[in-house]
Design a protein around this ligand. Structure first.
Ligand SMILES: Nc1nc2c(ncn2[C@@H]2O[C@H](COP(=O)(O)OP(=O)(O)O)[C@@H](O)[C@H]2O)c(=O)[nH]1
Ligand SMILES: [Mg+2]
Length: 454
């Protein structure tokens, strides 16, 4: 990618629509647009932020291609920080393709994925965390993902990191000056203060890093496997969570022979639900294959729902399964709790939940339990800053490790230079999140995950 030239792309999705937008960015954006656009009014073409109706023409033949609205955003007050022109044409793939062609013929280069946003980043209109949020917003599949991305796009993460960075810089400057001016030797109190400051940077960073334990699921989704012996209501629980009659439900044990997968979202977090064949001792060959798959689903799942039939006493199959899932992140469901005479599971497990797949009772608590399992021990506020990107998570964790190392060195009376090395490394790691300290190829990799025209 080269900044400096003028790029062009169709910014609306492929396919037909009411309008379709072709976008240009770069120093000759206006000139290129003017070469193919004939405004209906005579207002000066270079006055920005005005919508102007006109004809789009093929300059070689003079043929009219479309009637369109041209909007000009003058540098630096545009998305990319460069001159930007947007042509809102009719949303026909044929027309948009032609407009793109004539603009390319007049000197604009077809943009690469994410190139507009990369220019916005390079021109410091937004930082890298915000740029990634733009991509996440466009990719969002649920309202929760979208609202998280919007907050991040407005700079929530960058704002949270800024004071931590400032504090770290303050410590670095203080230690640097004590290295330069011997008379500024750090007193014992000052030493203690430095460590306190570093500890509060660690606390702030660690809190952000911890949010990834849940944030990763927000972006990538999680696997939820529903297991249990035959006929306890697994497929019924699955159907209720999917919100439809996806799996076959009968009172014949062994109806579900193979694992069934369905993608949906729970409270805005994407999930892959897995309905499995009932697990029991059997000599049936086909059923045994299904059961092996159920066991694999248990091993791979992020959360396991073990379904028990609350209207019947615990059987040997149930007990065996309870032992089998004990090491996983599991929730025990006492299904069919709508039936009278239900025998309550007395395992003393606080995660055992009475539910009824028939009536839907207990499913709100079930969803809460699922989220508690996903967030782990730490409580995570859903409307707080949250990282969903593994690269950002790794960078912040590295920053914390370096700070901890620096404190150990400082406490051990090591030379200031050695401490400084760690502190600068930590600052650099934080800078990778906002993008100040990233190499060009890593930036290129990140922006290549964007769509064309953004
Ligand atoms: N009363 C009652 N019956 C249920 C409930 N959930 C499932 N069932 C019934 O239990 C039988 C087995 O259900 P199914 O979902 O196929 O169980 P699976 O073999 O574990 O997948 C069916 O007849 C269901 O209608 C429930 O919550 N209450
Ligand atoms: Mg079933």
């Amino acid at each position: 990618m080269h900044a400096g030239d003028t790029i062009v792309a169709i910014s609306t999705p492929a396919g037909r629509g009411g309008i379709g937008v072709v976008r240009l960015s770069g120093p000759s954006a206006l000139a290129a647009a003017n070469s193919i656009f004939r405004a209906h009014s005579s207002a000066p073409l270079d006055s920005p932020n005005l919508a102007r109706l006109g004809r789009v023409i093929d300059p070689t033949t003079g043929d009219t291609l479309d009637t369109a609205i041209l909007t000009y955003f003058k540098a630096p007050h545009s998305y990319t920080g460069e001159d930007v022109v947007e042509l809102s044409c009719h949303g026909s793939p044929v027309i948009l393709g032609r407009v793109l062609e004539v603009l390319a013929a007049s000197g604009a280069r077809i943009a690469e994925p994410g190139e507009f946003t990369m220019r916005a980043f390079l021109n410091r209109r937004i930082d890298l965390a915000q740029a990634q949020a733009v991509r996440d917003l466009i990719d969002a599949q649920s309202r929760f993902q979208a609202s998280l991305a919007t907050r991040q796009m407005e700079g929530a993460l960058s704002k949270r990191l800024a004071p931590l960075k400032d504090l770290l810089v303050e410590v670095i400057v203080q230690i640097e000056s004590s290295v330069e001016f011997v008379e500024d030797d750090i007193s014992i109190e000052a030493h203690q203060q430095l460590i306190e400051k570093l500890n509060s940077v660690i606390d702030g960073c660690a809190r952000i890093a911890d949010s990834f334990s849940f944030g990763r699921y927000v972006r990538e989704g999680f696997d939820l496997a529903i297991v249990g012996k035959p006929n306890v209501g697994k497929s019924s629980v699955f159907n209720r969570l999917v919100g439809g009659d996806r799996a076959i439900v009968t009172d014949i044990p062994g109806t579900t022979r193979d694992a069934l997968y369905e993608r949906t979202s729970i409270d805005g977090v994407p999930v892959r639900l897995i309905d499995t064949a009932g697990i029991r001792e059997t000599t049936d060959v086909v059923e045994r294959i299904g059961i092996d798959r159920s066991r694999r689903a248990i091993a791979d799942a992020d959360v396991v729902l073990l379904v028990l039939d609350a209207s019947a006493p615990l059987s040997e199959d149930d007990s065996r399964l309870l032992a089998e899932v004990s090491a996983t992140s599991r929730i025990i469901l006492l299904n069919k709790s709508d039936l009278p005479d239900c025998i309550v599971y007395s395992g003393g497990d606080e995660t055992a939940l009475p539910v009824s797949a028939l009536t839907g009772s207990g499913f709100d608590s079930l969803i809460e339990s699922i989220f508690r399992r996903l967030t782990g021990a730490g409580s995570i506020e859903r409307d707080d800053v949250m990282i969903t990107d593994s690269r950002q998570h790794a960078a912040i964790k590295r920053a914390v490790e370096r700070l901890e190392h620096a404190i150990a060195l400082l406490s051990g009376g090591e030379l200031e230079e050695v401490v400084l090395l760690q502190l600068r490394g930590s600052l650099g790691a934080i800078g990778e999140v906002t993008g100040e300290t990233l190499t060009e190829d890593i930036l290129g990799q990140i922006f290549s995950t964007f769509c064309i025209g953004k």
